[in-house]
Design a protein around this ligand. Sequence first.
Ligand code: SF4
Length: 81
Amino acid sequence: MAKFKIEHHKEICIGCGACAAIDPEDWVMEGDKSHLIDSDKIDTENGKGEGKIIDESKLALNQEAADACPVPCIFVKKVEE
Ligand code: SF4
């Protein structure tokens, strides 16, 4: 099954809540930012962020969250195998 990396560029998140409303199994609001559940800390071009690898079964909702993010600060990348 294909794997995908979800990146949350948290430094530029405006805390609108869309991601947590769409995909509450992966996203939760924490103060004025969202948090990607079960993620690791990563460096991004925008500062400190969060990332995790998901399989294809979790792709649709995370992609929907990324598409709904107004910044955007959620990115979905296919992991090459
Ligand atoms: S949709 Fe984007 S801006 Fe809104 S809380 Fe989620 S990551 Fe932050």
